[in-house]
Ligand binder design. Structure first.
Ligand SMILES: Nc1nc2c(ncn2[C@@H]2O[C@H](COP(=O)(O)OP(=O)(O)OP(=O)(O)O)[C@@H](O)[C@H]2O)c(=O)[nH]1
Ligand SMILES: [Mg+2]
Length: 310
């Protein structure tokens, strides 16, 4: 509340300016951020307070907003109900996590014909506060799928700078790994190594169920088939089993573009397996070897073409 007081201006009238708005807390997806680690350890984020209004009709400055930058693919969930409040799925997507309070109005707003000396003014509102959970879902262009031990992690490590764990036993990979596959100077795609899928994965068996969610978010699938599985299973049966898991989990996954590759093709048995698969699915199957590097450029180029065509 303020009144204009100045020499030679009798009864200058009310001139209390408005208070500034409090700063918001905004969560923004930014493709230059690759993980949530920079938010770990810091639990409270508060927009700055707006400044008070002053005399001479001067309004208080708004408090600056706080912007939390997170990788695209971050889900904002309600802490209690775990309801998804926002899916920040693309660069620059924004979510207003907590709104700063509105500034109060100064007494100049309260002048009327009958009340020319208003002593009324408003106090600023309190801002809102909210507790949210941030969860990063990966967004890869291409997902590597297949039975455990098919050679998925090895392939990812050959094609990108990712360093997933590799071993000659099933279920080596417990969490998806991401790698950027570069072709020449200016073309690239993001490849995800997804933990091995087994029968019943759609219903939660093995590690599969949780990771079928990640498969769902990829645009192209590369299905790897091991020619001589250590568990003596039949490669063709394995191929069909994975396709069936995809179908049971989500029918729409069966129409997602899929490239099929027989791995470990430096082993002599692999050619017969590739031919059988081609007969079954009616289109060419890649023969690749992460050991010799054979077939890798062909596969990568084809993946890139399919992505470009989408
Ligand atoms: N001979 C040969 N062995 C390979 C090739 N690629 C992978 N392997 C071997 O196959 C085994 C399994 O490879 P991984 O890359 O761990 O298989 P994965 O599909 O990621 O397996 P999970 O993570 O358990 O699902 C390892 O012993 C690899 O060394 C290949 O091209 N030729
Ligand atoms: Mg693996």
């Amino acid at each position: 509340m303020s009144f204009r007081r100045e020499a030679h201006v009798p009864r200058g009238g009310p001139d209390g300016g408005d208070g500034g708005k409090g700063g918001d807390v905004i969560i923004i997806a930014d493709e230059n951020v690759s993980s949530l680690t920079n938010l770990v350890g810091h639990k409270h984020w508060q927009g700055e307070r707006g400044m008070n209004g002053k005399g001479s009709r001067s309004a208080g400055r708004d408090g600056p907003d706080i912007e939390l930058r997170v990788p695209p693919g971050t889900l904002v969930k309600d802490e209690k109900t775990e309801e998804v409040l926002c899916d920040l799925d693309h660069h620059e997507a924004r979510f207003l996590a907590a709104k700063g309070g509105r500034g109060g109005r100064g007494n100049k707003h309260f002048a009327t014909a009958t009340n020319r000396v208003p002593h009324e003014f408003e106090r600023g509102e309190l801002g809102t506060s909210r507790t949210v959970m941030l969860e990063l879902k990966l967004i890869a262009d291409v997902g590597l799928i297949g039975k455990p031990n098919a050679g998925k992690s090895t392939l990812l490590s050959r094609l990108s700078r990712a360093t997933p764990e590799i071993a000659d036993y099933p279920f080596t990979t417990k969490y998806p790994n991401l790698g950027v596959v570069r072709i020449g100077f200016d073309r690239q795609f993001v490849l995800a190594d997804i933990p091995g899928l087994i029968e019943g994965a759609h219903a939660g068996v093995g590690l599969g169920h949780e990771f079928l969610r990640h498969v769902e978010r990829t645009k192209v699938l590369v299905h790897l088939i091991e020619p001589i599985p250590a568990d003596q299973t039949d490669p063709l049966t394995n191929y069909r089993a994975i396709r069936e898991e995809l179908r049971l989990y989500d029918e729409s996954l069966t129409t997602r573009p899929e490239l099929v590759a027989v791995t470990k093709c430096e082993l002599s048995e692999s050619e017969a397996v590739a031919e059988q698969l081609e007969a079954e699915i009616g289109h060419p199957v890649f023969r690749i070897s992460a050991v010799t590097g054979k077939g890798l450029p062909d596969l990568v180029n084809r993946v890139f073409e399919v992505l470009k065509g989408l």
